[in-house]
Structures are given as structure tokens and as C-alpha cells.
Design a protein around this ligand. Structure first.
Ligand SMILES: Cc1cc2nc3c(=O)[nH]c(=O)nc-3n(C[C@H](O)[C@H](O)[C@H](O)COP(=O)(O)O)c2cc1C
Length: 346
């Protein structure tokens, strides 16, 4: 699979997720076999005005490459300048957000608002294309109607403007995340375009990725929500697509990823910031596992990396039988859990 001159070793892409796909998260996705990782959406205005917090979102490491940086905005000149900043930062791909349906963004004319303003969209695509040489992609929704007419029109326009690939999340602006993604629209778009089409929406297990590619003919798949706390979805998808199924990771393998997330976060951000992150993010990795509700409560009390690691150790040692041990588990007890303290004997 190629995006412009960039060759992806695997046709599997990490979706941009605001507030989530930071550097440690992307490193874990890449380690699990993801072919292209994406930042969260980055404000073009913020980049052009030199906002330090916005520039921080461009921080990258060679180990996560290739990297796509997604920017959002509505002014062609500003988006072009921001794209040039992204290129200069060393990103492999610049991706433009044409899909965000959050009211705060749509009100400014950015995100999915661009899909009902074809003239502005075209000017913006032309300006950005002129400003950068690296591969350029856009990420769109179905648009404003269920027919998907907007998506087909924007897709053709993007191709004519020199965009190298396009991702479609086939839900309308009004749907946000409700209902089901309409994969038939991915197939329709793929038939219309020569540039690669990346399909996105509702991939929850490896088999869904294989089915999306088979049913729509898309060139690659993009995964968002399922990757939160479960980067192993990428290795599962890669092995499913290559026909070499692998076992679903067991409890201890998932715990190992939790520890890896702590270590990578400290390396990337230093201990203080990593501790703050762990309070809100560590529990993602326990989702769907036994005692996960207790883990969710306990992570809020983490005050140091030692406490985070002690909490993981204690979590791992909880009775494997699950239900039988729950009432004596620190992860569900009313008592505040003291990281470092031993869980009660069971
Ligand atoms: C918490 C969250 C944040 C998101 N942030 C972005 C974003 O910054 N840019 C974007 O284009 N899409 C964003 N999306 C949409 C996802 O990239 C993706 O299109 C959507 O979740 C559907 O894919 P999935 O079913 O694999 O999750 C976000 C979605 C969620 C749930």
C-alpha cells in the first residue's frame, strides 16, 4: 500500500483520536504492528501563532514512524502555512480534518463543515497541496446527507487537487458516533477514485478488518476506538490479513502492555506528567478484563510511578478465578486502595 511516495509495510492505520493518540499511545500501536500512526487533530491556528502546547503535539520519535500529523482549520492560507510547519517538523504525511463533527469545531467552518462548502474546500486543498511535498491525505465523513453525495464529490475534488489518499468514516455529521458505519459508501468511493481509500468505522475485531477490505475493496483500514487500551488489535489485524491467525493475548500479556505504557510514558514525558496521565489512562488497559471496575477507581489515587507499578503488580496477582475473589479485592472494595500495600490474601 502506497500513499504518494510513502510505502506502508502494513495496510493498517491508527486513527486520529483527540486527547488520546499522543506519542506513548502511538509508540505502542506501532510496536504492535500498525502501519501508520496519526496524531490527534492539531490546530492550524495554534501552529501558525506558535502556541507551545500545540507545537508539543508535533513531538515525535523515529521508532513510531511513519507518522501522519492531522491538522484542522478553515482558512486556506492558515492551513497551508500550518502544513508547511508540519512538513518541516519531519512528519511523513499531513492529513487534513474534514470530518470532525464537534459543534465547537464546526462553528468555525472547520472539520465536517468543509464538506458543505465545496469552494472553500477546494481552495484549501489547492493551497495545502502547493505548500507541501510530503504525501497529503484527508479524512472525511459521509457528509451532511445519508446518501453520501458530499463524500463522493469531495473525494473526486480531492483527487483532482493532488491529494494522495483519503480516509472515509461513513457516518453523517448528524450521526456523530451513533448508528452503524455505512461500509457500502466506502465501496462506492473506492470505485470512483484512483487514489487509495482507507476505510474506517466500527472495526472491533481482526475479522472486521478483513471483512471491510473484502466487502469494500479499500486499500487499508483505520482503527480508532478499539485501539484504546488494546494496541494488540493491530497485531491481530495484521495476522488475520496475512492469514496467520494468532491467539488473542492472555491476561498476563495485556498486563505487560500496561507496564510498557507506563515505561514509554515516563520516557516521553518525564515522571510528573506520566503520573498525571496514568490517573486517567491506565485503566483503559484493563477494559474488559476481570476486576476492571476496581482498577478504574484505584488509578485515580496514583501519586508516583512506583505506585503505578505496584498497582499493576497487585492487579496481576488478584485471584484468577474472577468472580470468587471479587469481594476481597482492593480493586472493588470501598476502602481506598493503597498502592504499594499488599492486596488482602485470597
Ligand atoms: C475520543 C475520540 C476522538 C476523536 N478525535 C478525532 C480527531 O482528532 N480527528 C479525526 O479526524 N477524527 C477523530 N475521531 C474519529 C475517529 O478518528 C474515527 O473516525 C472514529 O472513531 C470511527 O472509527 P472507529 O470506529 O474505529 O473508532 C475521534 C473519535 C473519538 C471516539
Amino acid at each position: 500500500m502506497k500513499i504518494g511516495r510513502l510505502h506502508l509495510d502494513r495496510p493498517v492505520v491508527l486513527a486520529p483520536l483527540a486527547g488520546i493518540t499522543n506519542l506513548p499511545f502511538r509508540l505502542l500501536a506501532r510496536e504492535a504492528g500498525c502501519g501508520l500512526v496519526t496524531t490527534e487533530m492539531v490546530s492550524a491556528d495554534g501552529l501558525v501563532h506558535g502556541a507551545a502546547a500545540t507545537f508539543d503535539l508535533l513531538r515525535s520519535l523515529p521508532e513510531e514512524k511513519p507518522l501522519a500529523v492531522q491538522i484542522f482549520g478553515s482558512e486556506p492560507a492558515v492551513m497551508a502555512e500550518a502544513a508547511a510547519i508540519v512538513e518541516a517538523s519531519g512528519a511523513d504525511v499531513v492529513d487534513l480534518n474534514f470530518g470532525c463533527a464537534v459543534r465547537k469545531i464546526v462553528r468555525t467552518g472547520a472539520g465536517v463543515a468543509l464538506m458543505r462548502e465545496p469552494r472553500r474546500a477546494e481552495a484549501l486543498l489547492q493551497a495545502v497541496r502547493q505548500a507541501v511535498k510530503i504525501p497529503l491525505t484527508i479524512k472525511i465523513r459521509s457528509g451532511w446527507e445519508r446518501t453520501g453525495r458530499n463524500a463522493l464529490a469531495i473525494g473526486e475534488m480531492a483527487e483532482a487537487c493532488g491529494v494522495d489518499a483519503l480516509t472515509l468514516h461513513p457516518r453523517t455529521a448528524g450521526q456523530k458516533f451513533s448508528g452503524q458505519a455505512d461500509w457500502a459508501l466506502i465501496a462506492a468511493l473506492k470505485q470512483r477514485l484512483r487514489i487509495p481509500v482507507i476505510g474506517n468505522g466500527d472495526i472491533r475485531r481482526a475479522e472486521d478488518a478483513r471483512r471491510m477490505m473484502a466487502e469494500t475493496g479499500c486499500d487499508a483500514v483505520m482503527i480508532g476506538r478499539r485501539a484504546i487500551g488494546y494496541p494488540q488489535i493491530f497485531s491481530e489485524v495484521v495476522s488475520c490479513l496475512t492469514g496467520i491467525p494468532q491467539p488473542v493475548p492472555d491476561f498476563d500479556q495485556r498486563i505487560a502492555v500496561m507496564r510498557r505504557f507506563v515505561a514509554v510514558s515516563v520516557d516521553c514525558f518525564g515522571e510528573r506528567r506520566a503520573v498525571r496521565l496514568m490517573r486517567t489512562r491506565l485503566a483503559w488497559f484493563g477494559k474488559g478484563m476481570r476486576h476492571s471496575a476496581g482498577l478504574r477507581k484505584a488509578v485515580g489515587g496514583i501519586n508516583s510511578i512506583e505506585e503505578a507499578l505496584a498497582l499493576i503488580d497487585a492487579y496481576q496477582q488478584l485471584p484468577k478465578a474472577g468472580l470468587g475473589g471479587e469481594e476481597i479485592s482492593p480493586f472493588i472494595s470501598a476502602e481506598p486502595f493503597r498502592p504499594g500495600g499488599r492486596p488482602p490474601e485470597g
